[in-house]
Design a protein around this ligand. Structure first.
Ligand SMILES: [Zn+2]
Length: 235
C-alpha cells in the first residue's frame, strides 16, 4: 500500500480537509493516522509559541567563549547553515509552520556562524604566556596567555580550583610592570577559563602584569588590593 506523502499529512495535521481518497486511506491505514497524530502534536506546540519563547542573542562574551572553546577549525569545515528564507523556499508554502518550528535551531545556527566568522579566518597565535604564581597566602596558581586572532587580542586565564567568593567575584587585570596602572579586563568565574578580548588599541607590552583579584559587589571599580595570583608576561 502506498502511503500519503509527508506534505499532505502535514496539511491534514494543520486542519486542512483531506481529499476523499486520502480520507479513505487514513481510515484504513494505522501508520498514516499515527503520523497525523504526531504532526498534530507538533502543530499544537508550535501554535503555543509566544514572544517569550523566541531566542534572544546572548551576550558577545558567551560566543567568544564558545568560539575559543571550539578552537576555530578551518572555516570551510563549518556545517552549512540554511537561512529561514531558503528553508521556506525549499518547502511547500503550506509547510511554513515546519520552518517556524525549526526557526529556533536556525536562529541559533546563524548566530554561531556570525561569531565564527568574526574570528574564523585566523587560527589563534599565542603571543605570550605566563605562569600565575600565588600572591601572599593564596594557595592557587594558574596560567595566562595572550593570543592574537587577526586584529583581535584575547587574554586567556585559568586558575584551577578557585573557590566561590562570598558576596564577590574574581577580576582579571593587566597592569604596568610596576603595578601603578591597572586595567580591568574581565571576570574569571571559579571552575572556568576566562577568555577575554583585550580593548582595541591596548599595547600588551605596556601592561605585562596579569593579576587576578577578589572583588566585592560594593560599587568600587578599583582593585581591591586582594590578589590570588599574579604573573608577568614576557616582553
Ligand atoms: Zn498509509
Amino acid at each position: 500500500m502506498s502511503h500519503l506523502d509527508e506534505a499532505d499529512l502535514a496539511l491534514i495535521a494543520m486542519g486542512e480537509p483531506a481529499s476523499a481518497a486520502d480520507e479513505r486511506h487514513l481510515v484504513a491505514c494505522a501508520r498514516c493516522r499515527s503520523r497525523v497524530d504526531q504532526l498534530s502534536a507538533v502543530v499544537a506546540t508550535a501554535r503555543t509559541i509566544t514572544d517569550d519563547d523566541r531566542p534572544v542573542t546572548p551576550p558577545a562574551s558567551v560566543w567568544e567563549g564558545i568560539v575559543a572553546e571550539v578552537g576555530l577549525a578551518d572555516p570551510s569545515t563549518d556545517a552549512p547553515v540554511v537561512s529561514l528564507d531558503q528553508a521556506r523556499r525549499r518547502r511547500r508554502p503550506a509547510l511554513w509552520w515546519l520552518a517556524a518550528a525549526a526557526a529556533v535551531g536556525v536562529v541559533v545556527g546563524s548566530v554561531v556562524t556570525t561569531a565564527t566568522t568574526d574570528f574564523g579566518t585566523t587560527t589563534p597565535d599565542i603571543v605570550a604566556s605566563a605562569e600565575l604564581e600565588p600572591v601572599e597566602d593564596s594557595a592557587y596558581r594558574g596560567t595566562a596567555s595572550v593570543e592574537s586572532r587577526g586584529s583581535d587580542a584575547v587574554l586567556r586565564v585559568s586558575v584551577p580550583g578557585l573557590p566561590a567568593v562570598d558576596d564577590g567575584y574574581y577580576e582579571v587585570w593587566m597592569a604596568s610592570s610596576d603595578a601603578a596602572t591597572m586595567v580591568a579586563i574581565g571576570t574569571l568565574n571559579p571552575g572556568e577559563e576566562a577568555v577575554l578580548r583585550l580593548p582595541a588599541g591596548m599595547e600588551m607590552t605596556d601592561f605585562p602584569l596579569v593579576d587576578v583579584s577578589v572583588e566585592h559587589f560594593d560599587g568600587d571599580a578599583g582593585h581591591s588590593a586582594v590578589s590570588v595570583v599574579r604573573g608577568l608576561l614576557p616582553a
